[in-house]
Design a protein around this ligand. Structure first.
Ligand code: C2E
Ligand code: MG
Ligand code: MG
Ligand code: MG
Length: 275
């Protein structure tokens, strides 16, 4: 459609594009208020040790309930938060909320659990990140062994800065995982140089691991690589018993996925895992 604009000039007008940019605006505007309006929430997804079948950790995953849009997926709003810089306050809210939750769980006597927290690339580049985390650990009496930070390969592109940040985080005593491993800027150099603890095999490789030879080869190779480098591995997106059996046979340490549990609220975690 060609619409006439002011001063007799014409502009190509695409309804689809307009709708998307409207949505984007609604999301960005809404996100600005989300923290103060109490619209954010953390869900937790169990991570299972595949040799003992025990739940050993929980990944914190952000949920947003928008007043008119309803539940908005992080797949949609996290990129907007990154783009607009809102990921900084939102990311800080996530870390504080996870620390509060661990504090409350510790108070109730559940002391050995580990929570994995996602850090976006922008957050990871914030010079004050480490001080902020350190002060939250103090406030909520967090044992750093209870925290794992998940970063994506995109956060590692500026190798020098990334290495310095990882070292500072490791000095606090937390663990570091590389999330969505294999989907981004996969350089063997950082596996050699960076003191990371865990690789998370992306769910896109796990989905067809039984039927697609390439996915099977990639998954197997990541597992060998991790084992040979002394890194631990989490397979993401396990949905079937057959996928689980394949991964167990390949000595994958941990698994996460709908087969075990979807991400659930903290109270469901307490009901199902803290008995
Ligand atoms: P991720 O960190 O790779 O998290 C795993 C995603 O896979 C989650 O989606 C989870 O619900 C989903 N998932 C888990 N098991 C299965 C399965 O068996 N099958 C399928 N199809 N999906 C499964 P979710 O919660 O929608 O989050 C999407 C992404 O948004 C996350 O991917 C992460 O990149 C980002 N995200 C979520 N919370 C945060 C956060 O607090 N901070 C930051 N920076 N990013 C976050
Ligand atoms: Mg993650
Ligand atoms: Mg992932
Ligand atoms: Mg992912």
């Amino acid at each position: 459609v060609v619409k006439q604009r002011g001063r007799g000039h014409f502009q190509l007008y695409c309804e689809e594009m307009d709708k998307n940019s409207n949505d984007l605006l609604v999301i960005e505007t809404g996100l600005r208020r989300a923290v103060e309006n109490n619209e954010l929430n953390l869900f937790y997804q169990p991570q299972i040790d595949l040799s003992s079948s025990k739940t050993v950790s929980f990944e914190a995953l952000l949920r947003w309930n928008h007043p008119t849009l309803g539940a908005v997926s992080p797949v949609r709003f996290i990129p907007v938060a990154e783009e607009s810089g809102l990921i900084i306050p939102i990311g800080e809210w996530v870390i504080e909320e996870a620390c509060k939750q661990i504090y409350m769980w510790n108070q109730k006597g559940y002391k050995d659990l580990i929570v994995a927290i996602n850090l976006s690339a922008k957050q990871f580049q914030q010079p004050h990140l480490v001080e902020m985390i350190e002060s939250l650990f103090e406030t909520y009496e967090i044992d750093p062994n209870q925290i794992e930070f998940e970063i994506t390969e995109g956060a590692l592109q500026n190798a020098e800065e990334a290495l310095a940040m990882i070292k500072r985080l490791k000095c606090l005593g937390v663990s570091i995982s590389v999330d969505d491993f294999g989907t981004g800027f996969s350089s063997l150099m950082y596996l050699k140089q960076f003191p990371i603890d865990t690789l998370k095999i992306d769910q896109s490789f796990i989905r067809d691991v039984l039927t697609d030879q390439k996915d099977a080869a990639i998954t197997t190779t990541i597992l060998h690589l991790a084992h040979n480098l002394g890194l631990s591995v989490v397979a993401e997106g396990i949905e079937t018993k057959e996928q689980l059996e394949f991964l167990t046979k390949m000595n994958c340490q941990k698994g996460q996925g709908y087969y075990f549990s979807k991400p659930v609220s903290h109270s469901e975690i307490e009901e199902n895992y803290f008995m």
